[in-house]
Design a protein around this ligand. Structure first.
Ligand code: C2O
Length: 556
């Protein structure tokens, strides 16, 4: 076991994008932030020092944090954020984890600029289940905002309306030539050698958009999703929702020239407008002489994107992501279910409080909200849920949360329909900090039913602390009698796009104690309350028991 030590200073840095210079919050002055490199089984130690005015916490997205929930990072769930001038050292082991994961700020909308890749190589002597690539490149899909993202969240929450569009989509921080003043601000993979195969590590770090990614004239072969090998799947374009990672192989088998790679938004609800300008990056074969760049003489191939609302493409793509045999052979898909949960997920609308009624920008004059099982999640702000749970003797008497998060939707509301044109009379939710308690070791199934109370949109649901098998997905209302579940080779993921007007079923074994956040990875939906938390209780014996908190755990 090697220990990888990193120093992350959260600090301001100036960038010039879209014709403007501005200061953004970064790690070590980099945007995107530094890549964490490690090998399966390594210990990772990251000392984070907060040198900005915002409170900060970092989450290691996809790292299971086995017995190290204290270092998971979501603010007010597992820790209080690191205050200005303070430090906190994250320490965890990459137990049986390899592939592409990532890290990001997990407080307000700071992850807009505070994010980076984690590249975890397999143990020495363990080959990939695909040809070894000639070279590899991390490509982070993001959004760039000329305004401060944290203040955009605050003003969106005040208005009660939908989120504004970002000012640009970016690949590794670069908008590329479709945007003003950005022809030079283009990420490029240069000197691709004809005939060689390359590994692209794609990460969707965008706040509020799902994306297509494509490379002109080249096929993409998906070989890994969320850090787990998949059956190779070859396609013209990939779909990646916020939180997800995909490793794809590309063989440079086209005539040497310039090819553009790009990302565009996928609009799961065609009525919600998305930014339609693609972020572009360059894929250049060697043997193209640099002097040809200025003359415009190089053949430049542009990508042909799927339509922004091509839902058929998206569902076909997700159906084709299957586990590689070593994945489902190694960690068995749970067959007998101990806890069967049914979660409705979606947006709803609250009545505007009368003082602000004229300002409320929600669809029917109210304010947007979101909920799971009709509960709009509220984060505590004086202590984290994990601290409260750990310190409490009788957890029900701790005032900052209650353990009555329901296994099914709260009955008084009729929120279970996926149909977008059939809203209930009462679109309001209950507000609270409720958690659902799971006994250690239980096999858990969650049916995630997307609702259509006000419109319908995909929800990329992310569970902390676990990867889960996606055993089923479909349109309309989930029906246990007709739904077909794949218990043979379902993909093991940490984030799943639950389709608009449809459902997904996930399964996992609750064998990692702690407090684990489950939420929509569209940042605005988390802000609106599309979140909840599980307490997975300590097991019997010291091996399954969460150790006490680290001494430098921040205070609120
Ligand atoms: Cu990638 Cu809770 O987040």
């Amino acid at each position: 076991v090697t220990t990888r030590f990193y120093n992350f200073n959260v600090e301001l840095a100036n960038v010039t994008k879209l014709c403007q210079k501005k200061a953004i919050v970064t790690v070590n002055g980099l945007y995107p932030g530094p890549t964490v490199y490690a090998q399966e089984g390594d210990r990772v130690i990251v000392k984070v020092t907060n040198l900005v005015a915002h409170n900060v916490s970092l989450h290691w997205h996809g790292v299971r944090q086995v017995l190290s929930c204290w270092f998971d990072g979501p603010a007010y769930v597992t820790q209080c954020p690191i205050q200005a001038g303070e430090s906190f050292t994250y320490e965890f082991t990459l137990h049986e984890q390899k592939g592409t994961l990532w890290w990001h700020a997990h407080v307000h909308w700071l992850r807009a600029t505070v994010h980076g890749a984690m590249v975890i190589y397999p143990t020495t002597g363990t080959p990939y289940p695909f040809p070894f690539p000639h070279a590899e490149h991390v490509i982070i899909l993001g959004e760039f905002w000329l305004k401060d993202a944290v203040s955009i969240e605050a003003s969106t929450m005040r208005s009660g309306g939908g989120p504004p569009s970002p000012d640009a989509f970016v690949l590794n921080g670069h908008p590329g030539s479709s945007y003003p003043c950005s022809a030079q601000d283009m990420f490029s993979v240069m000197d691709v050698i004809p005939g060689r195969t390359y590994l692209l590590r794609l990460i969707n770090a965008a706040l509020n958009n799902e994306h297509f990614f494509i490379l002109a004239k080249h096929k993409l072969t998906v070989v890994e999703a969320d850090g787990e090998y998949t059956l190779p799947y070859t396609t013209d374009a990939v779909v990646i929702t916020p939180g997800q990672t995909l490793n794809v192989l590309v063989t440079a088998n086209q005539p040497p020239a310039d090819y553009l790679m790009g990302m565009t938004a996928y609009a799961s609800n065609p009525n919600i407008p998305v930014l339609t300008i693609p972020a572009l990056a360059l894929w250049r074969y060697e043997q193209i002489m640099p002097e040809h760049i200025e003359t415009g003489g190089i053949l430049l191939h542009r990508p042909l994107f799927p339509l922004n609302n091509d839902t058929a493409f998206v569902s076909n793509f997700s159906q084709n992501i299957r586990s590689f045999p070593t994945v489902y052979n190694h960690v068995k898909v749970p067959h007998n279910i101990d806890r069967n949960l049914f979660f409705t997920i979606g947006l709803n609308e609250e009545t505007c409080d009368t003082d602000h009624a004229s300002q409320c920008k929600g669809p029917n004059g109210g304010r947007f909200s979101a909920s799971i099982n009709n509960i709009t999640f509220q984060l505590p702000h004086t202590v984290s849920l994990l601290q409260a749970y750990h310190c409490g003797t009788k957890k029900d008497s701790i005032p900052i949360f209650t353990t009555n998060f329901p296994d099914k939707p709260v009955e008084k509301f009729d929120f279970v329909s996926a149909a977008p044109n059939d809203p209930p009379n009462n679109t309001q939710s209950l507000v609270g900090t409720r958690v659902n308690v799971i006994e250690f070791g239980a096999n858990v199934q969650i049916v995630l039913q997307n609702t259509g109370i006000i419109g319908s949109e995909n929800h990329p649901i992310h569970l902390h602390g676990y990867s889960f098998y996606v055993v089923g997905m479909g349109e309309g209302d989930y029906n246990p009698f007709t739904a077909t579940l794949n218990l043979r080779d379902p993909p093991l993921r940490n984030t799943i796009g639950v389709p608009a007007g449809g459902w997904a079923v996930i399964r996992f074994k609750a064998d990692n104690p702690g407090v684990w956040y489950l939420h929509c990875h569209l940042e605005i939906h988390t802000s609106w309350g599309l979140a909840m938390a599980f307490i997975v209780e300590n097991g019997v014996g010291s091996l399954q028991t969460l150790p006490p908190p680290p001494a430098d755990l921040p205070h609120c």
